[in-house]
Ligand binder design. Structure first.
Ligand SMILES: [Ca+2]
Ligand SMILES: [Ca+2]
Length: 446
């Protein structure tokens, strides 16, 4: 028969022996409640459940005539004493004078026919057969993903003993605890207890000693055979195999023919936060969209991926795991191993140029390139002539400059590249197209 130790106040007066009266306290709580003894609430009378568990502890069977009153039960009572449990308790004992019927405390000699009154405070209870107990304290709405073995988790926790003594807290260190779960890096009870949590969930995990620090305990704060209670707040978790998670929030009404791709120069707005809602960065703080060339290692890998395939005007939500963001060490304002949440909006998109190119022709370059550049036909091309020529090509739609940089700077860089002896002018011998240079280099290598 299963012992039934309900988590409510219980007063038991059983049997025919009128003078036998016992008080047993069950549940978990603190000493001061003993002072409440005289104020037993007889109105909370319940069934005869406690006797099965009380017998082996204090009195032995049979229990006929034992009166048990539960005069305090803690609000949270996840674990009730059952047969074969190992219990830790404190007690006070008093006598009841049978003849006079009035309690007499103290003394070491137990008179004949005395009734014994025990006030019992249960400190701890566990059973080698116990498993981890889970209690969800808060579950965020819309949880679709639950943690599994092999996930890497960041969480805060308060760890306490069953009497409420706090033995450890991540909050005191002002830093989440970060670990893989289900792989033996933490005590088995936590490895088990953290599985199945949602991001943002608050969960109470009660760990029996054989899944924690066993009979010996650890340090000076966790005694032997202690049941541990962890109140956990999961900040985020991810798996090292996670890709960027992409969710389109809205698309422009008209369909777009071209979407963003590697090499494109794009402008985009973004808001970046942690999964617990902590706001980190926003392009709106700078009053202008962020600019980037996709695939040019200018943004984190997760954005390089998550910003591809977008129509101009599209809005997306991106969940970026740390191995595609700022990694284990984090960055300024970004905690190590943090999962990042982005909301991005593509503002504009232009085809980029091949790597290393500052300017490309849309068709073949003019056959008489140097002559075309040398506007006054004196055999030399100074910066002014060069700049006028390139701008004319762009204006006539014959070629285009590298996007995302001040055109004057780009043209200046092009001039520097061509003026090989750095005398401030380009000669016919100096002028070379990059495609020809690349061609020559390939030949040399061959
Ligand atoms: Ca000239
Ligand atoms: Ca020169």
């Amino acid at each position: 028969m299963t012992a039934r130790w309900a988590c409510t106040s219980t007063r038991l007066r059983a049997g025919s022996t009128r003078h036998t009266f016992r008080r047993l306290w069950v549940g978990r709580g603190g000493w001061p409640l003993l002072a409440a003894l005289p104020a037993v609430d007889a109105g909370r009378e319940e069934g005869a459940g406690p006797r099965q568990a009380a017998g082996p502890l204090l009195l032995g069977d049979p229990l006929d005539g034992v009166v048990i009153e539960r005069y305090h039960v803690p609000r949270s009572c996840p674990r009730e004493v059952q047969l074969e449990d190992l219990v830790y308790y404190r007690y006070n004992r008093a006598f009841e004078d049978v003849e006079r019927g009035s309690p007499a405390r103290g003394g070491t000699v137990i008179p004949p026919q005395a009734s014994l009154v025990f006030h019992v405070l249960l400190i701890d209870v566990h059973n080698p057969k116990d498993t981890v107990q889970l209690e969800t304290l808060e579950l965020p709405p819309g949880c679709v993903r639950r943690a599994k073995a092999g996930d890497f988790m960041r969480y805060h926790y308060n760890g306490s003993l069953t009497d409420g003594t706090l033995f450890d807290s991540s909050y005191s260190r002002n830093h989440t605890y970060n670990t893989y779960i289900g792989q033996g890096y933490i005590i088995p009870g936590m490895d088990q207890g953290l599985q199945g949590v949602c991001i943002g969930e608050r969960r109470r995990i009660t760990v029996p000693p054989h899944l924690a620090y066993g009979e010996n305990g650890t340090g000076d704060k966790i005694p032997g055979s202690a049941v541990l209670i962890f109140d956990v707040h999961v900040i985020d978790f991810h798996n090292p195999a996670d890709p960027v998670e992409i969710k389109t929030l809205s698309r422009p009404p008209e369909s777009c023919n071209e979407t963003s791709k590697l090499g494109d120069f794009i402008r985009y707005h973004y808001n970046c936060s942690l999964l617990d809602g902590t706001r980190l960065f926003s392009s709106h703080d700078f009053g202008a969209p962020q600019e980037a060339t996709l695939g040019a290692n200018k943004v984190i890998e997760g954005l390089d991926t998550g910003l591809q395939g977008m129509c101009v005007g599209e809005r997306r939500q991106l969940v970026v795991p740390p191995h595609l963001a700022h990694g284990e060490s984090g960055a300024r304002g970004v905690p190590g191993s943090a999962v990042l949440l982005f909301e991005v909006e593509l503002v504009s998109r232009e085809d980029g140029l091949p790597t290393g190119y500052l300017f490309v022709w849309h068709k073949d370059p003019p056959a008489s390139l140097f002559e075309d550049m040398d506007l006054n036909k004196d055999g030399e091309v100074p910066p002014e002539e060069f700049s006028s020529f390139i701008k004319a090509q762009v204006n006539e739609g014959k070629g285009r400059l590298m996007p995302g940089q001040d055109p004057e700077k780009t043209i200046g860089d092009m001039f520097q590249n061509q003026d090989r002896n750095q005398d401030g002018k380009i000669t016919a011998e100096e002028l070379k197209l990059k495609s020809d240079e690349d061609q020559e280099r390939v030949h040399e290598e061959l």
